[in-house]
Design a binder for this molecule. Structure first.
Ligand code: PEP
Ligand code: MG
Length: 576
């Protein structure tokens, strides 16, 4: 009888292979106080370790295979920048001098301080960037401890399919894996937004994260099965289980091939309704993936990535060039640029203080209205880019119409400046709002009459409506798109958009979950935006949908106190 361990499936798929239990991520740090005459030698040892770690990363960067996703190189560059940043290259040296502690200890103290800062950030992406701090610090610690930093797979293992188990994997570890021979990845740490997760998804490698102490249960070379469709790791599988999973693997390969055949097929329901299937992107390089699956455009470009891991925000010209690059790559398809959705970040806004409840604090449009120059620079860059292609501007986290009025006034100011400077822009560029705060959702009509489109951010809308922190694993189970309160808000936003005759899009994770495609179509949603990897599955779901039949069932669902069961009974959602 196989034993099953569970975790968070961050990249779907089934894998069968021999376990490679990596010790990456586990280091024994010894802490001691130094006699004062050794302090400067210790500082020199520390600085040398930083240089060596930078050298290692530069070599790894050169080894990145050409076919690797663009994120791999950008993650390694980020790590290089972090190693050169004062916070890691100088602050630990000061700690060695002040506290007379050894280099490993100083580095650990500094890591703890930095991790605390990242943990306090409200933006989910920035919060997961604590991984970067841990990864780079681990590399320097390895150098200090003279640990081997060789690849996870040994030369002799490179011909067989391996399932890698590790405490954590840095992007540079991922580069050193020979992807063709990595059947799956399982880590103890990490969440859906961790680097391991992002890379595994782009590489198409099944991955399970957040499996505590996994290396204690799995023996090296043991044959194991990862069912990342159901978040399960199976140990000691018997012959019958292996046979069952081999058959499922074969079926999945066939299904994937079939799904890819839909790439160029028009996204039209059985009753002939056309639907837009846009992609969510974080970097303009992600556009390659959106093209691969035939996305109809970009429905959400999260521009905050441009502002991360740097000492000062990008200036107007840099932003303009970046947006222009995305426009060119999209070759006429629409690009929806969301203005900065960042939390209180000291590096960008000097003087901003960490707040007690970051999700409810100074983030997104609130931050932009408090720092109008930051906002104006971005608005000018987006406006200028709008003269070169089909650009839509999207404002996140609006709570009141007054905020919208202020944001639109700044947009007008940017337009006026550009006109005076004789710089071209599209005066008709569509302007929309993310509806992701319950107060805005309830008053969606007030926003709709002042805007060109709305976009529903279900990730935050659920977080605030259900009073459930989207990053807190202990309350993840409370995240429920079928909660009656959430459903009524979503339906209300779509209806408000229709009444004002403006398009309504959805760009939260719910839009990319094919279980809900039929329900959202019945509610009137016609524009979906999601991670590129979900587009074909959603397309498959909508191709088999007859909207008019489903619409008749909607009132019963909306009146139900238990929509999750009613939706299944009515055939409005699918079970998988
Ligand atoms: C959302 O909140 O649903 C959304 C798409 O924005 P983000 O996940 O970037 O907060
Ligand atoms: Mg959001």
């Amino acid at each position: 009888m196989p034993i099953a361990l569970s975790g968070i499936a961050v990249s779907k798929g089934i894998a069968i292979g021999k376990a490679r239990v990596s010790q990456h991520g586990q280091l024994d740090i010894v802490e001691y106080v130094l006699p004062s005459e050794y302090i400067e030698d210790e500082v020199a040892r520390f600085k040398h370790a930083i240089e060596t770690a930078c050298g290692q990363l530069r070599i790894i960067r050169q080894q990145v295979p050409e076919h690797a996703p663009a994120e791999v190189v950008s993650f390694i560059d980020t790590h290089l920048l972090m190693l050169q940043d004062e916070a890691l290259s100088s602050a630990p040296a000061e700690l060695i001098r002040q506290r007379r502690c050894n280099a490993e200890w100083a580095l650990k103290l500094q890591q703890d301080a930095l991790v605390q800062v990242f943990d306090a950030m409200e933006d989910p992406y920035l919060r997961t960037r604590r991984d970067d701090v841990e990864h780079v610090v681990r590399r320097v610690q390895q150098v200090l401890l003279r640990e081997e930093t060789q690849g996870i797979l040994h030369e002799s293992e490179r011909d067989e399919q391996r399932i890698i188990l590790a405490v954590d994997l840095a992007p540079s570890d991922m580069v050193q894996l020979n992807h063709r021979n990595v059947a799956a990845i399982i880590t103890e740490r990490g969440g859906p937004l961790s680097h391991t997760a992002i890379l595994a998804r782009s590489l198409g490698i099944p991955a399970l994260v957040g499996v505590p102490n996994v290396h204690q249960y799995v023996a090296e070379d043991e044959t194991i099965i990862l069912d990342a469709n159901n978040g399960a790791l199976l140990l000691s599988p018997d012959e019958a289980t292996l046979k069952h999973y081999r058959a499922r693997q074969r079926a999945a390969t066939v299904a994937r091939r079939e799904l890819f055949k839909l790439k160029d097929k028009g996204a039209k329901t059985l009753d002939g309704t056309r639907v837009s299937l846009h992609a969510n992107i974080e970097l303009s390089d992600d556009i390659t993936a959106t093209k691969r699956v035939g996305a109809t455009g970009v429905g959400l470009y999260r521009t905050e990535f441009l502002f991360m891991n740097r000492e000062s925000p990008p200036d107007e010209q840099e932003q303009y060039q970046t947006y222009l690059n995305a426009i060119k790559r999209l070759k006429g398809l629409p690009l929806t640029i969301r203005t900065l959705d960042l939390g209180a970040d000291k590096e960008i806004v000097p003087g901003a203080t960490a707040c007690t409840n970051p999700a409810l604090g100074l983030r997104a449009i609130r931050l932009c209205l408090k720092e109008p120059q930051l906002f104006l620079t971005q608005l000018r860059a987006i406006l200028r880019a709008s003269s070169k292609g089909k650009v839509r501007l999207l404002i996140p986290m609006l709570t009141s119409v007054q905020e919208l009025t202020q944001a639109l006034a700044l947009l007008n100011q940017a337009r006026g400046e550009l006109r005076r400077e004789k710089k071209s822009f599209d005066p008709k560029m569509a302007v929309g709002a993310m509806i992701e705060v319950p107060a805005a959702a309830i008053c969606a009509d007030l926003f709709a009459e002042r805007l060109d489109f709305l976009s529903i951010g279900t990730n935050d809308l659920m977080q605030y409506t259900l009073a459930t922190d989207r990053l807190d694993e202990s309350v993840n189970h409370l995240f429920d798109p079928l909660n009656p309160g959430v459903l009524r808000l979503i339906h209300g936003i779509i209806k408000a958009g229709h009444k004002a005759k403006i398009p309504v899009s959805m760009c939260g994770e719910m839009a990319g979950d094919s279980r809900y495609t039929r329900l959202l179509l019945a509610m009137g949603l016609r524009e979906f935006s999601m991670p590129p990897s979900s587009i074909l599955e959603v397309k498959q779901a909508l191709l088999g949908t007859d909207i008019s039949k489903l619409q008749r069932k909607l009132p019963k669902l909306m009146a139900s106190a238990t929509p999750s069961t009613t939706a299944i009974e009515l055939g409005l959602i699918s079970l998988q």
